[in-house]
Design a protein around this ligand. Structure first.
Ligand SMILES: Cc1cc2nc3c(=O)[nH]c(=O)nc-3n(C[C@H](O)[C@H](O)[C@H](O)COP(=O)(O)OP(=O)(O)OC[C@H]3O[C@@H](n4cnc5c(N)ncnc54)[C@H](O)[C@@H]3O)c2cc1C
Ligand SMILES: *[C@@H]1O[C@H](CO)[C@@H](O)[C@H](O)[C@H]1NC(C)=O
Ligand SMILES: *[C@@H]1O[C@H](CO)[C@@H](O)[C@H](O)[C@H]1NC(C)=O
Ligand SMILES: *[C@@H]1O[C@H](CO)[C@@H](O)[C@H](O)[C@H]1NC(C)=O
Ligand SMILES: *[C@@H]1O[C@H](CO)[C@@H](O)[C@H](O)[C@H]1NC(C)=O
Ligand SMILES: *[C@@H]1O[C@H](CO)[C@@H](O)[C@H](O)[C@H]1NC(C)=O
Ligand SMILES: *[C@@H]1O[C@H](CO)[C@@H](O)[C@H](O)[C@H]1NC(C)=O
Ligand SMILES: *[C@@H]1O[C@H](CO)[C@@H](O)[C@H](O)[C@H]1NC(C)=O
Ligand SMILES: *[C@@H]1O[C@H](CO)[C@@H](O)[C@H](O)[C@H]1NC(C)=O
Ligand SMILES: *[C@@H]1O[C@H](CO)[C@@H](O)[C@H](O)[C@H]1NC(C)=O
Ligand SMILES: *[C@@H]1O[C@H](CO)[C@@H](O)[C@H](O)[C@H]1NC(C)=O
Ligand SMILES: *[C@@H]1O[C@H](CO)[C@@H](O)[C@H](O)[C@H]1NC(C)=O
Ligand SMILES: *[C@@H]1O[C@H](CO)[C@@H](O)[C@H](O)[C@H]1NC(C)=O
Length: 602
């Protein structure tokens, strides 16, 4: 059987690197409307009287068996390793996983917003920084934490939570560093890394409140997806997640939603999680499920990553494994307007996949040139047909789309299908990361595909003509995701009526000027892109917190579903985390704090 890669992150990163652009100039001013000087209440920073002394840090260190480390950025780490890191190491999520200060998208390690900015670029001694910017690469530079606890036990986590709370420190939590909103790092913070929590334990009968939930797997919050797929393969089981190597399903993935090409058959990660073990702000360890602390269980299923406590482990349902059919389809043409017709045909045929409950990733990129100047555009489509579907059935389901697309003048279509064990299909050895990428997104309702396939095609034309890097679509909803609508949880209800999750990306090089970087970070929400998606999905439409824009203007509704849902989340937060110890960008309670999450707004 021919090996193939269906690694969505890898594909995105490699495509975007083709179209590497400098940030667009939108003349966005540095935002000084929320200065910390206005604050009445800040976390303690080095130099403040309240900041713990060296001796106090040493006491913490000895209480956790010496598992406290100093933290530097991935660039500083690489600059200090003799000879530097290779390009392959820099872009490897597996390599980054072992650097406590490393994010997968290194932009989050920089502090572009302070005056002066605090940044550290790879090969800092030879890299020309942007005009008027001095690099600083030491401990505490940028938005990298000061210290990290490389936790190996629940006790290590409790010690970290108690220390941060008692000393009024900014706290950050990281399992893998995959986050697209920079929620797993913070300037002047103590980081709790759960990367070393690697336990995997499978049981035939997991009970919650005395009720048998069937076969389930309990995993530490550091367990990466690739280890999990391999461990479950040996037991003839499969877990509902996607083809990403190091993403930690019991970390941010499940707190946001956790989508997969298997979701139309088996639901989202939030639909499959049945139990959490969590250290909350008081330092207590709680069992969180339908029977115990059920209000927190409600919140942790969709209420947003990093806002509730530190997850030690989570338990998920598992299913008997199966063979799946993977089909790779490429549609190419020469103009945005013809690609718009292809997108309309694609939208019209999206329901053809429903009888087999297939999932699909489909993205449109200018292959050659940008936007209206491109002479070659491609829609690449990866479809996964689960549950022992046959190759013949899969091909038959795709054929009506292929026929209609091929019939458009100047469109070429190629397709190929293969069968494989789902565990092997989803296994990825590594993720290609290490670039400055941010996203903005919307959940597109099923009704939109029913009523307006032409409008969807027109949206592609507008975005491509305006120079959007790519339009990424995930068919990861409908089916079981819709059928699970009556399970009570915080998950944005837009997921239950959605058909697809559509996102756009912005990328910049380290040489971009600081004003350009800041403009790029605001480009999705302040420019035509958000307007284009909202024009179709609606002003109150939903976006996926794990793959969205941290500057969404109406985040209570856009990320959390409604002001009522958000209000309920605030109530749960005040019960379990009254002092906002667990605070992240665009998270519940973030409106009370400055952009760095360091000072409470007056
Ligand atoms: C290449 C790539 C592919 C992706 N593919 C998908 C996909 O197919 N489907 C999908 O749904 N999402 C996908 N995502 C998005 C993914 O769900 C988010 O990046 C998610 O936040 C990752 O969680 P993490 O814990 O691995 O990352 P981290 O960056 O370590 O953490 C993310 C957030 O979770 C919090 N967190 C981490 N660990 C814990 C813990 N132990 N306790 C409490 N909070 C914790 C952090 O504080 C932070 O707020 C992808 C991301 C990337 C970069
Ligand atoms: C914020 O601080 C900057 C620099 O110190 C200052 O120029 C600006 O006026 C301040 N903004 C407000 C709203 O106070
Ligand atoms: C901060 O204080 C300045 C000057 O007093 C004021 O103009 C500004 O509105 C305040 N900003 C906030 C966010 O409270
Ligand atoms: C914590 O203690 C260990 C073991 O004694 C030591 O190696 C490490 O440097 C200490 N960490 C810090 C931040 O000082
Ligand atoms: C940094 O240096 C390494 C070799 O040490 C090289 O491979 C890499 O291309 C350089 N990267 C940049 C961004 O200059
Ligand atoms: C750089 O700083 C100098 C001195 O402050 C200033 O005159 C110049 O305009 C700055 N250049 C840019 C590109 O910001
Ligand atoms: C991991 O499993 C081992 C062996 O069962 C156990 O002793 C340990 O406490 C577990 N670790 C965590 C963090 O749950
Ligand atoms: C345990 O699970 C198996 C199948 O997963 C089931 O057949 C059996 O009835 C369960 N046992 C109990 C005691 O619930
Ligand atoms: C797939 O086929 C295997 C082997 O025949 C079987 O055990 C399993 O139950 C099937 N799974 C599904 C979802 O059809
Ligand atoms: C494709 O176009 C041809 C000629 O215009 C037409 O005969 C055929 O029916 C079309 N096929 C489909 C699937 O629409
Ligand atoms: C589709 O394009 C990708 C990327 O260029 C390529 O790897 C793949 O083989 C192509 N698939 C088909 C069926 O042509
Ligand atoms: C493309 O951008 C222009 C200028 O920013 C805007 O007027 C136009 O509406 C955009 N088109 C779409 C479809 O968003
Ligand atoms: C296309 O090329 C023209 C002329 O080179 C340029 O002005 C325009 O910005 C380009 N458009 C896009 C979307 O790249």
């Amino acid at each position: 059987m021919v090996a193939f890669v269906i690694h969505r992150g890898l594909v995105i990163a490699s495509i975007l690197s083709i179209g590497l652009v400098h940030a667009r100039r939108l003349n966005t001013q540095r935002d000084t409307s929320s200065n910390s000087s206005n604050s009445t209440d800040c976390r303690c920073a080095p130099g403040d009287d309240c900041f713990p002394s060296t001796d106090t840090w040493a006491q913490l260190n000895s209480s956790i068996s010496g598992r406290l480390v100093n933290v530097v950025s991935s660039a500083a780490f690489c600059n200090d390793v003799s000879g530097g890191c290779t390009d392959a190491q820099w872009s490897s999520s597996t390599f980054r996983a072992n650097i406590p200060g490393a994010m997968n998208q290194p932009l989050w390690e920089q502090d572009y917003f302070s005056d002066p900015p605090s940044v550290c670029f790879r090969n800092s001694s030879t890299t020309e920084p942007p005009v008027n910017v001095t690099q600083s690469c030491g401990q505490g530079s940028g938005d990298v934490p000061l210290f990290a606890i490389l936790a190996e036990s629940a006790g290590d986590i409790q010690a970290g939570v108690n220390f941060a709370r008692d000393h009024n420190l900014r706290l950050a939590i990281k399992s893998s560093g995959h986050d697209y909103l920079g929620r797993s790092t913070a300037r002047n913070s103590l980081l709790i890394s759960t990367h070393k929590l690697q336990n995997i334990s499978l049981v035939d009968n997991f009970t919650v409140g005395g009720v048998d939930q069937g076969p389930a797997v309990t995993i530490g919050s550091g367990v990466p997806l690739n280890s999990l797929y391999t461990a479950l393969k040996a037991e003839g089981k499969i877990f509902v997640a996607s083809s990403v190597a190091t993403l930690a399903p019991a970390g941010g993935f499940v707190q946001g939603a956790g989508h997969s090409a298997l979701s139309p058959s088996y639901g989202l990660a939030v639909d499959n999680v049945i139990d959490f073990t969590v250290v909350i702000a008081s330092g207590d360890i709680l069992t969180v499920n339908d029977a115990e602390n059920s209000d927190l269980f409600w919140a942790m299923r969709g209420g947003g990553a990093g806002s509730w406590g530190v997850i030690i482990s989570a338990t998920f349902r598992v299913y008997p494994t199966f063979n799946a059919v993977y089909c790779d389809t490429n549609v190419t043409t020469s103009t945005p307007s013809i690609m718009g017709s292809v997108a309309t045909v694609h939208a019209r045929h999206i329901f053809d996949l429903d009888p087999l409950r297939a999932g699909q990733y489909f993205w449109v990129v200018p292959v050659d040139g940008t936007g209206s100047n491109s002479s070659l555009l491609a829609m690449q489509i990866q479809t996964i047909f689960p549950n022992n579907a046959s190759v013949e059935a899969a091909e038959a389901a795709l054929q009506p789309f292929i026929d209609d697309a091929s019939n458009i003048t100047d469109v070429q279509v190629e397709t190929a299908c293969e069968e494989q064990l789902i565990n092997d299909m989803l296994f990825a050895a590594d993720d290609s990361v290490g670039t400055n990428i941010i996203l903005g997104s919307r959940l597109f309702p099923e009704s939109l595909y029913e009523t307006s396939p032409e409008a969807i095609g027109d949206m592609y034309v507008g975005l491509l003509e305006n120079g959007t890097l790519g339009v990424f679509g995930n068919l990861v909803a409908g089916g079981k995701v819709a059928e699970n609508a009556n399970i009570s949880m915080a998950l944005n209800p837009a997921w239950r009526t959605a058909k697809t999750h559509v996102f756009l990306a912005h990328e910049w090089a380290d040489s971009a000027t600081i004003p350009d970087v800041i403009a790029a970070q605001h480009a999705f929400s302040s420019g035509y892109e958000r307007a284009a998606l909202v024009g179709l999905a609606g002003e109150d439409s939903g976006s996926y917190t794990n793959e969205g824009d941290r500057f969404e203007p109406n985040l209570q509704v856009t990320f959390y579903g409604s002001t009522e849902n958000y209000e309920k989340l605030e109530q749960v937060k005040s019960a379990y985390d009254p002092e906002d110890l667990f605070l992240v960008n665009a998270g519940v309670g973030s409106e009370r704090w400055d952009e760095a999450g360091f000072c409470r707004l007056a």
